[in-house]
Ligand binder design. Sequence first.
Ligand code: 15L
Length: 268
Amino acid sequence: MKRILITGAGGGIGRSLRETLRGVYPVVRLSDRITLAPAREGEEVDRTELADMSAVESMVAGVDGIVHLGGISGENAWPAILEGNIIGLYNVFEAGRRAGVKRIVFATSNHAVGFYPRAEKIDHRVVPRPDSRYGVSKAFGEALASLYSDKHRIGVLCTRIGNFGPKPIDKRRLSIWISPRDYTQLVRIGLEHPEIRYEIAYGVSKNQRSWYDNSNAERLGYRPQDDSEPYAEAVLAAEAAQPADPIAERYQGGTFCAAEYTAKAPRP
Ligand code: 15L
């Protein structure tokens, strides 16, 4: 990998990867729809709307691998999801194919499978159970990635990210947290591992409270360093007095499941 591209480089994960991948590859191209901090040595800075195919073609020109973080990063109205996460995502994969890109690491989400109950441990083989329009767009992204892997031999690692940040922020996130250094490790596996075909891995640290069997990531050599457990006591104490929504509490996707929920009761 001589030149890699990070889309959505202005977001929280993008800003973090900008630092942790600096110097790992000779050139890191950073792109977002918003203005980014000026390029430093070994960086190129780009500004692109993902829904604009000709701009996306320029964005991907000359890159060997893409870390695709761009698009909408939470629940939103359908037109925004459609533009950012369906049309925009398609443009990145299709322009990448035309440009001869070899690898894509796709930032998918726990919300592609958010309607699995917390009582169930799931692995990379479960069928999607999206909890939102956003989750549906991530399931679409995983399906498009599978197509481009099988039909065009682009190696794709779909990282189903839990919650990225310096520490877990609530009870649900104790089960799905990923630290910046662990996510960096997973992204590097996606870009560098020689046997990536089409893979799904959970983007989570080695949390004792995890809802995931992340054996596919382990098979690829992922050895997370961090665990949410040391934060658990403080997180749980802070949340103890808050009222709990029964739908949010039942499912892995939490409030994404409870929002706009109109069924009378959860399925038994
Ligand atoms: C996501 O997929 C979002 O991008 C992020 O903003 C958080 O909401 C995260 O999931 C989460 O579930 O905590």
